[in-house]
Design a protein around this ligand. Structure first.
Ligand code: PRE
Length: 326
C-alpha cells in the first residue's frame, strides 16, 4: 500500500492510499492479515503464525480465550494456537475452547520447537536457582531441568518468561524460550536444545470466522467432535465408519463433557452407577468435498448424539525446520 499526502485542493489535506502490485501478490502469504497468538513477541506461537503467513501482522494476546474472541470480534483475521506436542501430548484447554467458541479450523502448522536456556548477561548456569517458562515448555525440558536442580516456575508463555527476567532484572533466574525471545529481551543463551527429545514438534491450528472451501488438489484433513450414547462397542462402531471407507484417522482425543461430566446408568444387576460422559475429537485424512468423507459422517450421525465439523483444511506437509533456520 502506498500512502500519499495530498496537500491543498478543494477537499483540503488528506491521506490517499493506492494499491500497489505487492498488495496483490500471494495473499496466502498473509499480506494485510492480522493473526492473533497467545503470548508475547518471541513466543513459539508467533513463529507458527509467521510460518503460516510470513507477511502477516502478528497480534500478541494474554490468554488463549482472548485469541478466540479477537477473531470473533473481527479485531484480527486469524488465530493460531497450539493443539498438541510430539513429546508432551495434547493441549487440552484448546480442545475445550474449540467447542465453546464456534470458529472454523482453516489450516494447521507444524513447528520444530527448540528450547534454549537463557539468562541476563553475566549470569552463569551455576547462578540460576529457578527457571521460568510455559508449563508445556518446562515439561518438554523435564530431564535437563531436573539435572540442573532448579525450581521451575510456570509463566503464561515462554517469551513472557524471558521478558520478566529482563524487566525485573532477575539475576537468580533463567528462562526456557526461543532464540528470538533471547534477542528481543536481550538475554544470553546458555544452552540450546534443552528439550528432552531433539525432535520436538508442536502442531498449531489456524482458526477463522469463516470456513474455507475444501478441495482435493492437495492432502486435506477434517476435524470433528461428537458424543455417543452408552452401550457395548459404540466407540468401535463410530471408528468403523472411517475404516469401512478406507479413511485414516490421525488423532483421537477424549475430553469430559464439562457441563455434564457424569451420567447416571442404571443396570439391573449392579444398581445405579455414575460414569463419565465424553466428547470425542477426531482428525481424519480426507476432505469434506469427498463423498467418502460425507458418507462416513452421515453414517456416524445415525448413532452419534451430537456431531460437529470443526473444519476441513490442508494438511501441513512441509518439513519442520529448526527454529534458527526459519
Ligand atoms: O509459550 C510459547 O512460546 C507458546 O507458544 C506456547 C507453547 C505451548 O502452549 O505448548 C507452544 C509451543 C511449545 O510447545 C511450548 C509452548
Amino acid at each position: 500500500m502506498r500512502r500519499h499526502w495530498n496537500e491543498g485542493g478543494g477537499t483540503g489535506n488528506r491521506m490517499l492510499f493506492q494499491l500497489s502490485a505487492t498488495d496483490l501478490v500471494a495473499p496466502s502469504q498473509g499480506l494485510n492479515i492480522r493473526v492473533a497468538y497467545q503470548g508475547l513477541p518471541g513466543a513459539f506461537s508467533e513463529a507458527a503464525a509467521l510460518k503460516a503467513y510470513p507477511l502477516c501482522e502478528t497480534v500478541p494476546c494474554e490468554e488463549f480465550d482472548v485469541t478466540f474472541k479477537a477473531v470473533e470480534m473481527s479485531v484480527v483475521d486469524r488465530a493460531v494456537l497450539p493443539i498438541e506436542n510430539s513429546s508432551d501430548g495434547s493441549i487440552h484447554r484448546n480442545y475445550d475452547l474449540l467447542l465453546s467458541h464456534r470458529l472454523h479450523i482453516v489450516g494447521e502448522v507444524q513447528l520444530a520447537v527448540n528450547h534454549c536456556l537463557m539468562a541476563l548477561p553475566g549470569v552463569k548456569k551455576e547462578g540460576i536457582k529457578r527457571v521460568l517458562s510455559h508449563p508445556n515448555a518446562l515439561a518438554q525440558c523435564e530431564f535437563k531441568l531436573n539435572k540442573l536442580e532448579v525450581i521451575q516456575q510456570n509463566m503464561h508463555d515462554t517469551a513472557g518468561a524471558a521478558q520478566i527476567i529482563a524487566s525485573d532484572n532477575l539475576r537468580d533466574a533463567g528462562a526456557i524460550a526461543s532464540v528470538q525471545a533471547a534477542e528481543i529481551y536481550g538475554l544470553n543463551i546458555l544452552e540450546k536444545g534443552m528439550q528432552d527429545l531433539s525432535d520436538n514438534v508442536t502442531r498449531f491450528l489456524i482458526l477463522a470466522r469463516e470456513p474455507i472451501i475444501p478441495g482435493t488438489d492437495r492432502p486435506f484433513k477434517t476435524s470433528i467432535v461428537f458424543t455417543l450414547d452408552e452401550g457395548p462397542g459404540v466407540l468401535f462402531k463410530a471408528l468403523a465408519v472411517f475404516s469401512l471407507r478406507n479413511i485414516s484417522l490421525t488423532k483421537i482425543e477424549s475430553r469430559p463433557q464439562r457441563k455434564r461430566p457424569l451420567k447416571v446408568v442404571t443396570d439391573s444387576n449392579h444398581g445405579t452407577a455414575k460414569y463419565f460422559d465424553y466428547l470425542f475429537y477426531i482428525d481424519f485424512e480426507a476432505s469434506m468435498i469427498e463423498p467418502r468423507a460425507q458418507n462416513a459422517l452421515a453414517h456416524l450421525q445415525e448413532f452419534a448424539t451430537f456431531l460437529h465439523v470443526l473444519g476441513s483444511y490442508p494438511k501441513d506437509t512441509s518439513k519442520c525446520f529448526s527454529q534458527e533456520k526459519l
